[in-house]
Design a protein around this ligand. Structure first.
Ligand code: SF4
Length: 302
């Protein structure tokens, strides 16, 4: 199923229209704005998440899957949780959800915000404290950027928690812009053509990593977080700067979009429409084997 196929878009819209509306909403949506603008934004995010879930086969068959939804306290992870709960509430996501925050011991991390938010909204959750911050600051010099090691340690703990909670998948709030920035980081600095997959199996092959917001725009998630009045936890508490390279990619992509609107969509579409025969990777396309397919000259003239 292709997300850019108008028929797919229409069927996701039809499903949303048929799903329960109005007062029948998850408690998280009780006091949201009733404006047309907000409703359109909410529906767009729901439709895009629903399409990513369908297109990349995130909900397998068999028993009801159980997803561990990583909640950092940033706008994207709050948006992810709200969108998944909304889809589930409407009967469009047959999955058990458990939110998880890993408190990594960053100085001044406001420990009360997430448990209070989750309890207030009746969301099953697990809060875990693991002081990876001290490990990172012990191992790296003050001038290093911490993010790479910090993320690896976090991911390891989240996999473990997913196993302990009997979850099939770890669900992350990465969105369209995260994917495009990673694409250009790999292209410009890594010498490889790769982005951030919407669905990935971990090395141990026991936890799937899912990114249902792969088609959602960061701007939409920011507007959604503001309208929903999520209690955002600032992401710079650790004092580390995320890579300057990533920020440069973000600025470059934003500049391209400003000068030629619609390019972000086109680039995401390109990632779903790859022609190995028109690239140069012999691992994924057998250029030498083309000779076997070529017709001998005498056959052409018959
Ligand atoms: S910004 Fe801080 S908490 Fe976030 S990944 Fe980087 S080091 Fe870790």
């Amino acid at each position: 199923m292709n997300v850019h196929d108008p028929a797919v878009k229409k069927s996701a819209e039809a499903e949303l229209a048929d799903a329960p509306q109005g007062d029948a909403c998850h408690p998280m949506f009780t006091n949201v704005p009733s404006s047309v603008g907000f409703n359109k934004l909410r529906k767009r995010l729901l439709r895009q998440a629903r399409q990513a879930i369908a297109e990349f086969g995130m909900v397998g068959g068999g028993r009801t899957p159980r997803w561990l939804v990583a909640l950092s306290g940033g706008k994207d992870s709050y948006g992810l949780l709200a969108i998944l709960l909304d889809l589930k509430w409407r009967g469009l996501l047959p999955v058990d959800l458990i939110a998880c925050n890993l408190d990594q011991g960053q100085p001044n991390f406001p420990k009360h915000i997430l448990p209070e938010f989750l309890e207030r909204n009746g969301v099953p959750h697990r809060i875990e404290y693991q002081d990876t911050y001290s490990i990172v600051t012990d191992k790296l010099s003050e001038n290093s950027t911490y993010c790479s090691l910090c993320s690896r340690l976090r991911r390891g703990h989240l996999y473990r928690i997913a196993r302990e909670e009997g979850c099939d998948a770890l669900v992350l709030g990465h969105h369209r812009e995260d994917i495009l920035e990673t694409l250009f980081m790999n292209l410009f600095h890594g010498g490889r053509l790769a982005a951030m997959p919407p669905k990935l199996l971990n090395d141990e092959r026991d936890v799937m990593v899912l990114r249902p917001l792969a088609f959602c725009a960061e701007d939409d998630l920011a507007k959604f977080a503001e309208a929903m009045a999520f209690p955002i936890i600032p992401c710079d508490l650790c004092g580390s700067q995320d890579g300057l390279q990533r920020n440069a990619m973000k600025a470059m992509i934003a500049d391209i979009e400003r000068r030629m609107p619609g390019r972000k969509e086109a680039m995401i579409r390109a990632l779903t429409n790859v022609r190995p025969s028109h690239l140069m990777d012999r691992q994924i396309f057998d250029f030498a084997g083309l000779d076997q397919l070529a017709q001998p000259p005498e056959e052409k003239t018959k």
